[in-house]
Design a protein around this ligand. Structure first.
Ligand code: BMA
Length: 326
């Protein structure tokens, strides 16, 4: 079952890279850009996979552009022009661009909620927009002021409240929090739910939600990134944590080891070396196979597939309750 031999023995491979990676690069774009990476993902009602790609232009400022594919792997139809541009006149928090979208379909609204980083003089904050078709967007505006990012909504209310997982920077560090809202506009009941570890750990000092939480019968499964600072730069890797379905601020399990990290050249070399950064996934008709879309080295979009059931089994074997190892 997907065991890979590495330096000192074997580890279980949970995510399998698509051999044709990267699946999208700047060379595929219908207009001049610098890079394309960190895409939100969803499956539309007709089964089409939609990626809302973060595109960095040749000034350094990011916007979003949609790419659609029948099979989620190839044959991408890319919008001929930017799909969502920053709107600094009406939304000054977007003056330095919009980045890293996460898409969640919200059945109660019949709309997709897109949470993204809005970047300005104030720093990065979290903004929310709603859309039905990825052509027209209704901006709600800033939902978490700077400095905050890596946010995604849960797809349904918990009790009476919407819940947002996000990563503020506070004097205590860069940890993952949850906040609640009755109307998607007013947020409170903020709680820290997962701490960055310290010292030599792969997820020391800075962690953040990667794609939106995956709802499973055993809880909300999250893939989170950990950032290890080294003498030659940061290493972005991914681990797993499981949160209670009814009380999502309660962490049931957290992995000690990372389960995916930069290995291939398109993950190790690019504008920012050694980064794998997923912002979205789709789930196949079998309800178990996950297609994870991730940015490689802030330069391209790559795809890896895995099994949600296997990730849960691995987490039960390799995980610990609570803040183990802090
Ligand atoms: C994070 C985010 C991501 C980026 C990563 C590596 O802070 O800004 O957009 O992929 O850094 O540069």
């Amino acid at each position: 079952m997907g065991e890979a031999k590495r330096k000192n023995g074997y580890y279980q491979q949970l995510l399998h890279r698509y051999p044709g990676n990267p699946i999208l690069t700047a060379a595929d774009w219908p207009y001049a850009i610098n890079t394309v990476f960190n895409a939100g993902a969803t499956r539309l009602p007709d089964g089409t996979t939609l990626l809302l790609c973060r595109v960095e232009d040749r000034r350094g400022i990011s916007h979003f552009c949609a790419a659609r594919s029948r099979n989620g792997v190839d044959g991408w139809q890319i919008d001929p022009e930017p799909t969502l541009l920053p709107d600094p006149v009406n939304y000054p928090e977007e003056v330095w661009g919009i980045e890293d979208p996460r898409i969640v379909y919200v059945p109660e609204l019949g709309k997709y909620a897109v949470t993204y980083t809005s970047y300005s003089y104030g720093g990065p904050g979290v903004s929310l927009a709603l859309t039905e078709d990825f052509r027209h967007f209704e901006r709600i505006g800033v939902v978490m002021p700077p400095e905050d990012k890596d946010a995604a909504l849960l797809p349904r209310r918990i009790g009476d409240y919407w819940a947002l997982i996000h990563r503020p920077i506070t004097p205590q560090g860069a940890h993952i929090w949850i906040s609640y809202s009755p109307d998607l506009r007013h947020w409170g009941s903020h709680k820290l739910i997962l701490r960055a570890r310290r010292g030599p750990w792969w997820d020391a000092n800075k962690i953040g939600l990667s794609p939106p939480a995956i709802e499973t019968p055993e809880g909300w499964l999250i893939l989170y990134h950990g950032v290890r600072q080294t003498a030659s730069g940061s290493l972005y890797r991914l681990g797993l944590a499981l949160f209670d379905l009814h009380t999502p601020e309660n962490c049931i399990l957290r992995s000690d080891e990372w389960m995916f990290g930069p290995e291939e050249l398109y993950e190790r070399e690019g504008d920012v070396a050694n980064v794998v950064f997923p912002c979205g996934y789709t789930i196949a008709d079998d309800g178990d196979t996950i297609y994870l879309y991730y940015g490689g080295a802030d330069t391209c979009i790559a795809l890896a597939t895995g099994s949600i059931r296997q990730m849960l089994e691995w987490l039960k074997e390799h995980g610990h309750p609570g803040d183990h190892g802090l």
